[in-house]
Every structure is written in C-alpha cells, then in structure tokens.
Design a protein around this ligand. Structure first.
Ligand SMILES: CC(C)(COP(=O)(O)OP(=O)(O)OC[C@H]1O[C@@H](n2cnc3c(N)ncnc32)[C@H](O)[C@@H]1OP(=O)(O)O)[C@@H](O)C(=O)NCCC(=O)NCCS
Length: 169
C-alpha cells in the first residue's frame, strides 16, 4: 500500500462555542470538546485509510486553556502514524482572537482509530510518510504511545513494551 502524508488526512473544523455547550463558568464543556475532536479525528482516519474507522482509545487529552463562550474554535486533526490496522491521530485545538484574527493553541489530544471491514474486523491501512519536523517527531514517538496505551488497556505486558522501556533506561 502506498504511503500517505499527514497533509493528505489533515482535517480542519471551525465552529463557535454556543451557550448550550458551556459549563457554569461559561467555558466550553470538556465533553463537547472531546466530541468535536473525535469527529475531526475520525474524518482524518477515514481520509487516510478510506475505510470504516472506529475509535479504539483516547490516549492523551490536555485541557490546558479554558475556551470561553463565543470563541471561534478550530480543531485540526491528522494521522501522525499508522501501524497495521491502527492509526494515531494528533489533534490540535486553536482559538481565534476576535480582533487580530491570530490563533492561540488551547488544547491537544491524541486518539487511536482502527480501520475495520463491514463485519467490524480490523483491516490493514497505508503507512504514513511524515514530511515536516513536527510530523517526523510525532511519528517517531507514536510507537511508544501505542505501547503505553496497550499496556494501560491490559492488552500488552509491560515487559513486552520495549520501545516504552527504552525511555527509562
Ligand atoms: C478497536 C477494535 C476494532 C480493536 O479490536 P481488537 O479485537 O482489539 O483487535 P486487535 O487486537 O487485532 O487490534 C487491532 C488494532 O488496534 C490496536 N488497539 C487495540 N486496542 C488499542 C488500544 N487500547 N490502544 C491502542 N491501540 C489499540 C491494536 O494494537 C491493533 O493495532 P495494529 O493492527 O495497528 O497493530 C475493537 O476493540 C472495537 O471494535 N472496539 C469498539 C470501537 C468503538 O465502538 N468505538 C467507539 C466507542 S463508543
């Protein structure tokens, strides 16, 4: 299968924060942001694999900055690395300043999607060919994140997570 760049799966979704989507502090509700990230990431995984994709795990979410009511929020997702049937998707969340139009990074997350056939069985996907320095560093670290996710899910024994162990040696 021919490799694809993260740029080929990149998915950008821009939307407002409405009152029904906020918490009592008038900031975007965490679950709403998770849903927006899941939607953008699933489109990115679908663009990469051209298959049905399901969310296998949410590996990392950092709610670094609150997102106030009325904000214009951009969620940008791209496949950072593909393994056999699974794909790591990196999601960056930006808020746009109303006056200057400049963007500030608010949050980020890493999701894992698996491509499946019509019966729900995992199916192979194309590899990723990173181009930029950022894409290369995300690609390089993806294997240890996969191993960490599998260990936490009880699907891999810690002593088999060689890439992860190397971090602590
Ligand atoms: C995701 C799913 C297809 C994996 O099925 P499975 O029987 O565990 O299949 P496998 O063990 O062959 O794993 C398939 C791939 O997923 C990866 N994977 C499975 N669980 C994972 C996890 N927690 N973290 C990271 N990767 C995971 C495996 O490493 C494997 O990757 P690879 O093929 O690239 O090497 C299956 O668990 C599923 O359908 N889950 C429900 C998905 C869903 O409904 N999501 C929406 C939530 S509401």
């Amino acid at each position: 299968m021919q490799a694809k760049t993260p740029g080929e799966s990149r998915t950008t979704m821009t939307d407002l924060v409405l009152p029904s989507e906020t918490n009592p502090l008038n900031n975007l509700f965490g679950g709403e942001l998770l849903a927006r990230m899941d939607r953008a990431a699933s489109i990115a995984a679908r663009r990469h694999s051209r298959r049905i994709v399901v969310t296998a795990s949410v590996n990392h979410v950092a709610f670094n900055r609150a997102v106030p009511l009325g904000s214009v929020v951009t969620v940008e997702a791209a496949v950072s690395r593909a393994f056999k049937s699974s794909m790591e998707v990196f999601i960056d969340v930006w808020i746009e300043d109303r006056e200057s139009g400049s963007r500030t990074k608010a949050n980020e997350a890493i999701y894992t999607f698996v491509a499946v056939d019509e019966t729900g069985r995992p199916i192979a996907v194309p590899p990723v060919k990173p181009e930029t320095d950022l894409e290369k560093s995300r690609f390089a670290a993806a294997l240890r994140r996969k191993q960490l996710s599998l260990v936490l899910a009880g699907k891999m024994k810690p002593n088999e997570a060689t890439e992860l162990k190397a971090l602590f040696e």
